[in-house]
Write a protein that binds this ligand. Sequence first.
Ligand SMILES: C[S@@+](CC[C@H](N)C(=O)[O-])C[C@H]1O[C@@H](n2cnc3c(N)ncnc32)[C@H](O)[C@@H]1O
Length: 277
Amino acid sequence: MPASLTDVRAYYDKNTPLFLRFGSSPETQTIHRSLWPQGIHRLEDALAVSNNLILDEARTLGLSHPQIADLGCGVGATLFHVLAGLGAGRGVGVTLSAVQARLAESTRQSLSFSNAAFLQGDFQHVPLQGPFDLIYSIEAFIHAQAPAKYLSEVARLLKPKGRLILLDDFYLPTQSDYAQRWLKAYKDGWYVPNMQTVDEVRASALTVGLTLRETKLLTPSLRLRALPDLLAKFILWAGNKLPQDHPIVPSMLGSMALQQCLKAGWIEYRWLVFEKN
Ligand SMILES: C[S@@+](CC[C@H](N)C(=O)[O-])C[C@H]1O[C@@H](n2cnc3c(N)ncnc32)[C@H](O)[C@@H]1O
């Protein structure tokens, strides 16, 4: 069964403290992958690379007070980074997880960000009117049960010429049963209900007036730790025998499967920028 909204919410409500403690750094508080382009040597800097890519894109809008939305905002780390970097504008973060929305709000208060707000909600039915100049999602679109609904919400919320950035995993079609087994382990472990190809997203976005303007492959900037195949298969087999009552177990198996898929080229980690017509 593909992951439901309730599954994804429970996954983040239960795992967020662990993700922040073991998958992030106290400095960045992000819940996304580190990127290691040339010149990056510290984990803190590698976790901030995608935040800086979003900040650079926001700057290219050339607006004095951009309105920004982070759909799938985690605990707000990227939004704080972008608003601080711009020194102006307003931002709202939407997360499915009540735990994350509370943590983001508490950081907002302690850092005195009067120009940010956070709410718990589903980005396929966003409880906001907009309009926004920039909307982005880092490693969140992958959790959409209905990617087309996410895109139509973004189209509703963006101003004309406004931009959408997706930084996420995209599927590369393969017929191999072997690849399908690893892809399934990734989707089950990471609560991914409906992984799309870039072409599917591009076509679906066009129907709601969003045109793909830029795409960049970021897989080469990841530090992949794919295991020898036999060892990975054994860990997956053994892991599936463990009690699965806490979603950190499937999450760790999903991480391992993702590394195998990225290394084999069945999944790409990509940056996409769309513009509303
Ligand atoms: C891997 S985390 C990324 C968090 C954040 N973007 C970051 O980079 O730190 C995925 C995020 O997607 C959010 N998410 C997943 N499905 C969602 C939905 N239907 N509506 C809103 N947020 C969702 C989760 O709550 C979580 O915040």
